[in-house]
Design a protein around this ligand. Structure first.
Ligand SMILES: Nc1nc2[nH]cc(C(=O)O)c2c(=O)[nH]1
Ligand code: SF4
Ligand SMILES: [Mg+2]
Length: 236
């Protein structure tokens, strides 16, 4: 118990913006991006999780009170708090969700679902990574929405294959991976369109914050353009 109360979270970056994706698209949101993820998706926009050149020199270790104070000082009442990653589900989020609830905030998580969820979350956005570790059934059952990132057309079936036990009312998004969306990759976009037309349960998604370039205003820890797909010359 004492250990949990003294829990420190590795905060990679934090910034106040709006939710750029999913059911809560467009809502004011304070993002807390925790650090560390074993999944190593080569297109991850949190490149420090997998890319040697983008590993931050240091990451702030903050406890629940420090994070909550930053949320209170840097965003107004009514803004959501989105805990993202990295992989936030690796941490015991109970002290953090308790403090943020005392502040009156609603708390959302973005996760690949690879560990039991610890914390009182108001919204769970599950983004399964079938090429890596698959989401636990208990997290699938808890998910309020799912975002399947489509880098190749085959990612649609692979993502859907991880969702046994998903609630009937959970929203399932197919999101073109950002470089595919940005480059107008017809194979990926057409595969999403065909999948939605074949299965009305699915929805076609997009990362609206990137179109707005809202990211440019964020206090990201690393402003460099994130490389995609690795760098063969450097051996990763
Ligand atoms: N504006 C904005 N919306 C987002 N929704 C999910 C994000 C994420 O990186 O998890 C994200 C993000 O990084 N920025
Ligand atoms: S699971 Fe998410 S945070 Fe982890 S490497 Fe993949 S995209 Fe990045
Ligand atoms: Mg992002």
């Amino acid at each position: 118990m004492l250990r949990v109360l003294g829990m420190k979270y590795p905060v990679h970056e934090r910034f106040y913006t709006w939710q750029g994706e999913g059911v809560h698209l467009g809502r004011a949101a304070y993002f807390v991006r925790l650090y560390g993820c074993p999944q190593a998706c080569p297109w991850c926009d949190s490149a420090g999780t997998w890319h040697p050149a983008y590993r931050p020199a240091s990451v702030s270790l903050l406890d629940a009170s420090e994070i909550t104070r930053a949320v209170a000082e840097e965003s107004p009442d009514g803004a959501l708090v989105v805990v993202t990653g990295g992989e936030p589900i690796l941490f015991d989020l109970r002290p953090l969700t308790d403090e943020l609830h005392r502040l009156g905030r609603r708390i959302h998580i973005e996760t690949s679902g690879i560990a039991p969820l610890r914390g009182d979350l108001d919204w769970v956005a599950l983004s399964p990574k079938p090429a890596g570790q698959r989401p636990l059934p208990e997290v699938v059952a808890r998910a309020d929405e799912v975002k399947i990132i489509v880098h190749e057309p085959g990612d649609i079936a692979a993502g859907l294959g991880t969702l046994a036990g998903l609630r009937e009312d959970a929203t399932v998004w197919l999101h073109p991976e950002w470089s595919r969306a940005r480059d107008g990759d017809r194979a990926v976009l057409d595969a999403i369109t065909a999948a939605v037309k074949a299965n009305p349960r699915l929805r076609a998604g997009y990362q609206m914050h990137k179109l707005y370039r809202a990211d440019d205003l964020d206090a990201h820890s690393d402003k460099r353009l994130v490389p995609l797909g690795g760098n063969v010359a450097l051996g990763y």
